[in-house]
Design a binder for this molecule. Structure first.
Ligand code: PLP
Length: 378
């Protein structure tokens, strides 16, 4: 099998699985129980929080365990909006976000009456920073942008965006979706007020996310319940999952540069091979994250190519897995205003340190064959 869809999810590392299984067996008690069994679990969960805080260079009380990054994004955005709505109801995001951001902003506009502005991107997916500068107002309470786009891999300049926001309005909170950056690019949380992470993108468990919330930022909880997570997320703690997140993040961060350099060399090779093929177009900019390469095969149906490759046990996507059942053009590619045919025929190849050059060669050969025997559809 050749797996080229690491942006959608990653296989679970065997090291993490073993640790998790041991934890599940022994540390089943409720971390909030008042007896020693519960106390021990609680201590381990707090040790994990401290460990992650050190890895991210933040305070432990700035970290909230969640069930996934989608939940963390919802809590960051709605929690901020509900808390600060007396200051204003203007919020800003981009036309280029994951559906957990897009649909949260849509809900805030349609159900809760917030005034949403969207920042556009150029044809390479780079944010129009001048637009951002112009749109920040006295009543802007939140700006949310991702760090790395999950479809084309464009990298946003977080430091520069933070500077623009905080110079225009020091009270505006800045949220960054770091899901596709964790373990891949350096992350400096001093530039943002809120940030989100997911374990299953870095060889960890599904159902495991994390929200960073700067100590001077207050949130209205979305799940009211007990004292868990400093009262910001009710529900019995998923302690074993939260405990193993520290190891998951440590492993991803320890080898970050090594993995980056390796994947960059693979991506360079893949790009050079794609460029040799007349019928293919590269949609990812040259300075994109090397972990993602978005290409198009104009006039072919991308789903047909994906299924053809699947028959050779090669797995990749046409777009984000969270929107894969939609038929219209991906909103990220639509935002880039690519040629319609190019946007409609996109394939997302995503790489990891587990990918080999042989995998790339086998994929390219299968793709060449597919393009030869599949009929052009449009
Ligand atoms: N944000 C980005 C940029 C993503 O790529 C994803 C997952 O694809 C998410 C958020 C959601 O992550 P999760 O599956 O943990 O909810």
């Amino acid at each position: 099998m050749i797996y080229l869809d690491y942006t959608a999810t990653t296989p679970l590392s065997s090291e993490i699985r073993k640790t998790y299984e041991k934890l599940l067996e022994k540390y089943f008690a409720n971390s909030d129980s008042a007896y020693s069994l519960g106390y021990e679990v609680s201590q381990m969960q707090e040790a994990s929080r401290e460990h992650i805080a050190k890895l991210l260079d933040v305070r432990p009380d700035e970290l909230i365990f969640t069930s996934c990054a989608s939940e963390a994004n919802n809590l960051a955005i709605k929690g901020t909006c509900f808390q600060y709505q007396n200051r204003g109801k203007h919020i800003i995001t981009t036309a280029f976000e994951h559906s957990s951001i897009n649909n949260t902003f849509k809900q805030l506009a349609e159900v809760f009456g917030f005034d949403v502005d969207y920042i556009g991107v150029d044809q390479e997916g780079h944010l129009k920073l001048d637009e951002l500068k112009d749109k920040i107002r006295e009543d802007t309470i939140l700006v949310s942008t991702m760090y790395v786009n999950n479809e084309v891999g464009t990298v946003n300049p977080i430091k520069e965006i933070s500077k623009i926001i905080h110079e225009a309005n020091p009270k505006t909170k800045y949220h960054v979706d770091c899901v596709q950056a964790l373990g891949k690019l350096p992350i400096d949380l001093s530039y943002c007020d809120l940030a989100t992470f997911s374990a299953h993108k870095i060889f960890g468990l599904k159902g495991s996310g994390l929200l960073y919330k700067k100590h001077n930022t207050t949130l209205v909880p979305l799940i009211c319940g007990g004292q868990q997570e400093m009262g910001l997320r009710g529900g019995t703690s998923n302690a074993a999952t939260n405990i193993v997140l520290a190891k998951t993040m440590r492993l991803a961060l320890e080898k970050r540069q090594e993995h980056y350099d390796y994947v960059k060399s693979l991506n360079d090779y893949l790009r050079s091979e794609v460029k040799k093929r007349e019928g293919l177009v590269i949609n990812s900019p040259d300075d994109a994250s090397p972990f993602i390469l978005n290409i198009s095969a104009p006039h072919y149906k991308p789903e047909v190519i994906v299924h053809d490759l699947e028959s050779h046990e090669i797995y990749l996507s046409t777009r984000s897995a969270c929107t894969s059942k939609k038929t219209e053009i991906s909103h990220s590619l639509a935002a880039m205003h690519l040629d319609d045919e190019v946007a409609r025929s996109a394939l997302r190849i995503s790489l990891a340190h587990l990918t080999t050059k042989d995998d790339i060669d086998t994929f390219l050969k299968a793709l060449d064959e597919a393009l030869q025997h599949l009929k052009k559809q449009r």
